[in-house]
Ligand binder design. Structure first.
Ligand code: HEC
Length: 232
């Protein structure tokens, strides 16, 4: 079940990274729908946070992630600084913007978290089963270490445009799978991802619904409206 969820998230992610122009025509809505006063107020709040970066509590996770990335850990007592995120061992600047991608050493397409777990396993010697045992923080608990490291890496691509090439055969396969899943209605509620993420200017209560079939800037410093989490 867990494995299926990971694959689902990964493939949708891979797909969402490619849609740029190709799928823009598949979106159902107009950009100006729903631009009401609540949306404007949320926008203002986001601007206040981006105008003064130090007001964003998510930056604490960026700092924590950086020190976790650089600190020797695991049975092998090495840091993640030799982990290759696709741009060469240890290169973090702009790496997130080019993920997901195919990694020959693992012979599979990986997104950021999948790659980080792979490095923790292969370089630091952690056991895969231990790493995925409790993937999410409990209520009131801080972001997991993996999340903090991911936020640090994503922040190193802040302001860049997603630029995953996705031209290798395995990458194309993953994109096709993600595309199918994104539009397929399934699960107990019979929803497709596209039901909530195929239009602009929509939200559920205060939570804005990201339009995932449109190209987006990486705004790892922009938290969601109500939470202190960062966006990747
Ligand atoms: C019933 C509506 C609904 C459906 C169906 C749905 N989502 Fe979401 N999604 C949301 C909401 C609401 C949020 C914002 C949650 C938050 O900010 O806490 C969200 C957030 C996200 C985000 C985070 C975006 C960001 O900027 O942080 C991603 C990625 C995402 N959804 C992908 C998917 C995928 C992939 C699927 C299909 C497997 C899916 N969603 C199905 C409602 C939905």
């Amino acid at each position: 079940m867990r494995a299926r969820r990971v694959i689902l998230a990964l493939t949708c992610c891979v797909w969402a990274a490619t849609v740029q122009t190709a799928c823009a025509q598949e979106s159902i809505g107009q950009d100006n729908i729903g631009q009401d006063s609540t949306e404007k107020a949320i926008e203002k709040y986001r601007h206040m946070l981006s105008d003064d970066p130090w007001s964003n509590p998510g930056l604490l996770d960026v700092d924590r992630g950086e020190s976790l990335w650089k600190t020797p850990a695991g049975p092998n007592k090495v840091s993640l600084e030799t982990c290759d995120l696709g741009k060469g061992a240890g290169v973090v600047d702009g790496a997130f913007a080019e993920l997901p991608r195919y990694f020959a050493d693992a012979d599979r397409v990986m997104d950021l978290e999948t790659r980080l777990l792979w490095c923790m396993e292969k370089l630091q010697g952690f056991k895969h089963a231990d790493l995925i045992k409790n993937p999410y923080p409990r209520g009131g608990q801080p972001t997991k270490d993996l999340g903090a490291i991911a936020v640090y890496i994503a922040n190193k691509s802040s302001g860049m445009t997603f630029a995953a090439k996705l031209d290798k055969p395995k990458e194309k396969e993953a994109v096709a799978l993600g595309h199918a899943i994104f539009f397929r209605r399934q699960g107990p509620h019979d929803f497709a991802c596209a039901a909530c993420h195929g239009e602009s200017g929509k939200r559920i209560r205060l939570q804005g619904l990201p339009h995932l079939t449109k190209p987006a800037l990486i705004s790892s410093k922009a938290p969601r409206a109500e939470k202190s989490q960062l966006r990747g």
